[in-house]
Design a protein. Structure first.
Length: 194
């Protein structure tokens, strides 16, 4: 890889951040743009080419319906004295603040040839591809794991055996999020040579 190409790739990798729905502006994300993200996701590495990732894109009024479902689910599963108004507001508002929400799902290999943890890793790689592409296109995103993923799976009407791993909130934003720091990579590596 040429040095110039590496610098561009490194910039995208280092620029990827969690951008939360309150930071999103009202600019819509086109279906074409979302399709680019999903195409990038589809090129994730995976053992035996099982391609376990599945995605459900929610836009338009489905965002509101998702928020209403999550609020109802929270209220149904939380004792009244433990309900937090801040949490309730967030559950209802985050979906509609987002231009789209992509449910991150996984359909594991039923043959048993590939361990489930490898299918999870492949799906996470697909999300990383999606997220890096979003970053390159000036989009922000946030992978949230709802407490009741089984309830979300029912809301999404997922096929039997398909699991919901979370929700990816997507939108354009105006202010750059702060740059977090990372400890040097060589502090996390052991070299073994003979």
């Amino acid at each position: 890889i040429k040095e110039q190409g590496w610098e561009a790739i490194k910039y995208i990798i280092e620029s990827r951040r969690s951008v939360f729905p309150p930071a999103f502006n009202d600019k819509p994300v086109s279906r074409k743009t979302i399709s680019l993200l999903l195409e990038a996701a589809n090129w994730a590495p995976n053992h035996k080419l099982t391609q376990p990732w599945r995605f459900v894109v929610m836009a338009g009024n489905m965002r509101k319906k998702l928020g209403e479902f999550m609020l109802e689910d929270y209220d149904s599963n939380t004792r009244p004295e433990q309900r937090l108004e801040k949490k309730r507001n967030k559950l209802l508002a985050n979906p509609t603040r987002s231009a789209a929400i992509i449910a991150i799902c996984m359909k594991p290999d039923i043959s048993g040839k590939v361990p489930e943890w490898e299918e999870l890793a492949a799906t996470a790689c697909a999300v990383q591809n999606l997220w890096l592409t979003a970053t390159a296109l000036g989009l922000g995103g946030y992978w949230s794991t709802p407490k009741n993923r089984e309830g979300i799976a029912r809301f999404l009407k997922l096929d039997e055996g398909t699991k919901c791993l979370g929700l990816f909130y997507l939108g354009y934003y105006d202010q750059r999020p702060p740059t977090p720091s990372r400890r040097p990579w060589n502090e996390k590596v052991i070299w073994m040579e003979e």
